[in-house]
Design a protein around this ligand. Structure first.
Ligand SMILES: *Cc1c(COP(=O)(O)O)cnc(C)c1O
Length: 495
């Protein structure tokens, strides 16, 4: 059963928690008990396909789903030719490090790992709980999440999805990815305004009781797909186990050996999934939390004070340009088992923008977490070094984690097997990557940039990006930020 990080009242099944998203008291859903696995379980994963590994791990958490339901969800998410590699989440084993590539899904970013499965879990949950309404997913996006959500929810029964993006606020390739989106249940609308306008518009719609009642009378219920939903977190636990199994299979480690993961971190969802894997019994020594100049997490994990009152920087790792890491709340809960303390810190964060945890708790967190941050110059330098020394081209986010891993090794002397979590294809952030490799990008359009990077990189341009050249534009809706409710209503009642 699942309950809120801010209080033990109200227990939900995983299906209910996935439908509801956020707990009524504003907290996040956490499992009451963390399932434990032994060495035999872990070694049993070695000969399995990714989908089978996923089934075994997910069933431990989704105990209200039948075995067939979990299998069906996993096969539809990962099994049907949407990923461009057999392994789904392969580990690239290089001289010094191992790179866990989480970007072989349809949108070339790690969000696919979760957003391919969440819609399946949600659709099945609606069926299980006998929900009669049609569900409409609303998303405001600054780029990557919108596209990954569209791909995940397209043509999923009982659910439709509407994505708002700031008209001039996403990259050309991100815009093209969304405007060419296929599927009978999708809508993409540009908002005249910036990302905050789009996000505030969506938030207002969610909290407008009258508007929601009006939708309800049309048999439509709103829901969200954001990264605090348990159904987005739980798929991510799988690839930590899968990476370990791959390292066992390759003889890089022996059963029981501890390994480290370095994770480029924004909302703290990816790295938290690694922590769940460790709690379950996966032999993980350290989780390295890698940030960019928005280093609020580095400071927190070093000093115990979380302080969002600081300048906000736009960096070459935009998916980590975040000052509030929502999923950290789950870590605090599991580390303390104290909902009232979590409630107090979250209230302080809301009211004054900061909170401080006690020294003994900080020490406990530091037994597992190590933190570091890199500026843009160090990130680019790491890309160049990886390319020159190991012939591998990482994206900017991956480079941040890689550099943090190097710093960790240097600082601590710990040379356990290291896995760098790679969260995007370098082609997705081609301009910054090319600049790091000293390739001139002058006069190149988006496709020219892809071609230029292709000349440096051994891996081909992912199909989803290469095919954009030929795809037809299907979505041209634009609306004022004050007219988002009307746009939602029109799409909601459209047959
Ligand atoms: C979302 C994202 C991250 C951050 O992941 P969190 O789970 O939010 O910490 C890192 N890199 C890329 C490319 C992403 O899209």
């Amino acid at each position: 059963m699942y309950h809120s990080t801010r209080g033990k009242s109200g227990e939900l099944s995983s299906a209910e928690a996935i439908i509801q998203g956020l707990a009524a008291d504003g907290g996040l859903f956490v499992p009451e008990e963390i399932p434990a696995v032994d060495e035999a379980f872990i070694t049993s994963l070695v000969p399995l396909r990714y989908e089978e590994r996923a089934e075994k791990v997910l069933r431990l958490f989704l105990t209200d789903y039948t075995a067939d339901e979990v299998k069906g969800c996993v096969e539809r998410a990962y099994g049907s030719g949407k990923f461009d590699t057999e392994k789904r989440a392969p580990v690239r084993m290089l001289d010094t490090d191992n790179i866990l590539e989480l970007w072989h899904g349809p949108t070339s970013a790690f969000k696919d790992m979760a957003l391919q499965l969440l819609p399946q879990l949600m659709s099945t949950a609606l069926h299980k709980t006998g929900e009669q309404h049609k569900v409409l997913i609303l998303v405001a996006t600054s780029g990557d999440t919108g596209k990954a959500a569209l791909e995940g929810f397209r043509d999923v029964p009982g659910i439709s999805i509407m994505v708002f993006y700031p008209e001039g606020g996403v990259s050309k390739i991100q815009r093209l990815q969304m405007l060419t989106q296929e599927g009978a249940n999708v809508n993409v609308t540009a908002v005249r305004g910036n990302f905050d306008d789009a996000q505030n518009g969506v938030k207002k719609i969610f909290s407008d009781k009258e508007f929601n009642a009006k939708l309800e009378s049309e048999n439509v219920r709103l829901s969200s797909a954001n990264s605090i939903n348990w159904g987005r977190l739980v798929p991510q636990i799988v690839y930590y186990f899968s990476a370990y199994a791959d390292l066992l299979e390759a003889g890089k480690i022996k059963p029981g050996d501890e390994i480290n993961f370095s994770v480029p971190t924004g909302n703290f969802g990816d790295i938290l999934a690694g922590y769940y894997a460790k709690l379950m019994g996966l032999p993980v020594h350290k989780l390295i939390c890698a940030s960019n100049a928005n280093n609020v997490l580095t400071e927190f994990l070093r000093s115990g004070t979380y302080d969002r009152n600081r300048p906000f920087y736009k960096t070459i790792t935009p998916s980590m340009d975040i000052l509030i890491s929502s999923n950290l709340e789950r870590l605090l809960y599991h580390m303390t088992d104290d909902a009232s303390a979590v409630r107090k810190w979250m209230r302080e964060l809301q009211q004054k923008g900061s909170y401080t945890i006690p020294a003994d708790l900080l020490q406990k967190i530091q037994q597992t977490f190590w933190a570091d941050w890199e500026d843009d110059a160090a990130t680019k330098h790491m890309i160049e070094e990886a390319y020159t020394d190991q012939g591998y081209v990482p994206d900017t986010h991956t480079a941040v984690a890689w550099k943090a891993a190097e710093n960790y090794r240097e600082t601590t002397g710990d040379d356990r097997c290291m896995v760098v979590v790679s969260t995007a294809s370098p082609y997705k952030f081609n301009q910054s990557v090319l600049s790091a490799l000293h390739v001139s990008t002058e006069g190149l359009d988006e496709f020219g940039l892809l071609d230029a990077l292709q000349e440096k990189n051994n891996d081909p341009v992912p199909q989803g990006l290469a095919s954009l050249r030929k795809k037809e534009i299907r979505h041209t809706d634009v609306c004022d930020k004050d007219h988002m409710p009307e746009a939602v209503f029109a799409f909601a009642v459209k047959k």
